[in-house]
Design a protein around this ligand. Structure first.
Ligand code: IMP
Ligand code: MG
Length: 180
């Protein structure tokens, strides 16, 4: 099956630029957090970023553990308007852990805000947020990233884990879908 009416994609960040920024982020995280963190990658969008980030954390001297959580939001249209629910839960116990939440893009803020609340309610010692991208123009709840790869304008972006209709997660770069 071919991608639906293949859009033009304007490259924003190349694979090399992403790799350099991921190393920079790992340095920032290593300076701010203990070495023994539990990385919680939010699926699906966060998996490519998380896979590169944990190896960059290793190069920065950290020894993270990793777990995964699939979160879905219900609501109208392409904006995640509604309630966040857990489609697949963590397998690890977060009690007493210093957690680094890793996801692809901070838009309304609802997904990561809900995830952080959930982990704190389960007894995590601390929860910090690391986002590949931040679209600050779309924020609906007060939720900022502790670590952020790149700030993007209010455009729909794909690649490096981010999808459009479930395609383009495999692109090695990040680009904006041209809508005209
Ligand atoms: P929010 O911060 O709860 O609004 O949701 C962010 C989630 O919406 C991300 O984890 C993505 O799954 C999705 N999302 C938001 N903006 C984009 C985009 O530009 N491209 C692809 N997915 C996006
Ligand atoms: Mg997502």
């Amino acid at each position: 099956m071919a991608p639906p009416d293949t859009p033009r994609i304007e490259p924003l960040f190349s694979a090399d630029e992403i790799a350099a920024r991921v190393d920079g982020l790992a340095g920032e995280i290593a300076r701010a957090m203990p070495g023994d963190v539990l990385v919680v990658a939010i699926l699906k969008g966060g998996f490519v970023f998380a896979a590169d980030l944990i190896r960059a954390l290793n190069r920065a001297g950290m020894r993270p553990q990793v777990d995964f959580m699939t979160l879905v939001s219900y609501g109208a249209g392409t904006e995640s308007a509604g309630k966040i629910t857990v489609a697949r839960d963590l397998s690890d116990d977060v009690r007493g852990r210093d957690v680094l939440l890793v996801d692809d893009i901070l838009e309304s803020g609802r997904t990561v805000h809900a995830a952080r609340q959930m982990l704190l309610e389960r007894g995590a010692n601390s929860v910090k947020i690391c986002m590949l991208l931040d679209k600050p123009g779309k924020r609906k709840v007060a939720c900022d990233a502790d670590f952020c790869g790149f700030v993007v304008a209010d455009r729909f972006v794909v690649g490096y884990g981010l999808d459009y209709a479930h395609y383009y997660r495999d692109l090695p770069y990040i680009g904006a879908v041209e809508t005209d």
